[in-house]
Design a protein around this ligand. Sequence first.
Ligand SMILES: NC(=O)C1=CN([C@@H]2O[C@H](COP(=O)(O)OP(=O)(O)OC[C@H]3O[C@@H](n4cnc5c(N)ncnc54)[C@H](OP(=O)(O)O)[C@@H]3O)[C@@H](O)[C@H]2O)C=CC1
Ligand SMILES: O=C(O)C(=O)[C@@H](O)[C@H](O)C(=O)CO
Length: 274
Amino acid sequence: MNSLQDHIKLNNGVEMPGFGLGVYKAEEGQEVVNAVRTAIDHGYRLIDTASFYGNESGVGEGLREASVKRDEIFVTTKVWNDEQGYDETLKAFEQSLNRLSLDYLDLYLVHWPVTGKFRETWRAMERLYDEGVIKAIGVSNFHVHHLEDLMVAANVKPTVNQIEYHPHLTQKEMKGYCEQENIQLEAWSPMKRGRLFEDTTIKEIADKYNKTPAQVILRWDIQTNIITIPKSVNPDRIKSNADIFDFELTDEEIYSITALNQNERTGPNPDTFV
Ligand SMILES: NC(=O)C1=CN([C@@H]2O[C@H](COP(=O)(O)OP(=O)(O)OC[C@H]3O[C@@H](n4cnc5c(N)ncnc54)[C@H](OP(=O)(O)O)[C@@H]3O)[C@@H](O)[C@H]2O)C=CC1
Ligand SMILES: O=C(O)C(=O)[C@@H](O)[C@H](O)C(=O)CO
């Protein structure tokens, strides 16, 4: 990726921007509307929301307020845990689309691998994909064993797995598996929700390039082929987080950031959460 608007080709041929805005905890109403509009004005082309975030209506309003055509923006939302199952997912999708005021979705994700439900959820998503109302379908928070379980019965392979991923959780096994299976990884909490900014290694690299720790971490994502969706509702941070295309980390720097791994989660482990 050489610019904010470069895309990555998914395994079904759909092109997805490699960098976007996450909106978890962006408040429904003016806060999320402004964040989405500001991000798009600054060149973002990917917005990541979920029915669970309770802000899809505001995301839709932000998209309408931005002066960029619908087909240039890539919108992701997710089916929440209590919406899973075949009929439930069809209904949840309709509701999400209505709240977003869209007539198609770019990417729909199974938010978490709800035991006993995710295969049926997937079957409904395959139907929506076949009908053409979703351009790509994928999963989130799936371990390798969940992916294997899903793919045994699936007709459509997941395009994306969105997982917690940052320098303290580098997901080596999952990364190798997804590279082999051509499933694109996407990082949630890429900045560990602000808990990596005092790390000495990251700070030293940031000082060298006159960049912020956040910019170094996000640059590490894109140089290692991970789609990244930092969240911010602050206009200055929305702008600066995306200002990462005028410097390049060396192989040694990539290695030293990757070596910070502690297998440490900030969020739940999918094996025990659902
Ligand atoms: N699939 C899933 O299960 C999950 C998906 N996600 C998705 O991933 C996105 C990103 O993850 P998230 O958990 O939000 O965590 P992030 O790692 O993106 O961190 C967000 C936090 O960092 C702050 N922040 C942003 N930029 C800066 C900066 N440059 N300097 C200092 N602070 C900064 C934000 O505050 P402020 O807004 O004030 O700038 C916010 O508090 C989510 O918004 C969501 O879309 C997240 C969790 C789970
Ligand atoms: O933000 C999301 O998308 C999530 O699924 C998580 O926040 C998750 O639900 C969680 O952290 C609950 O404590």
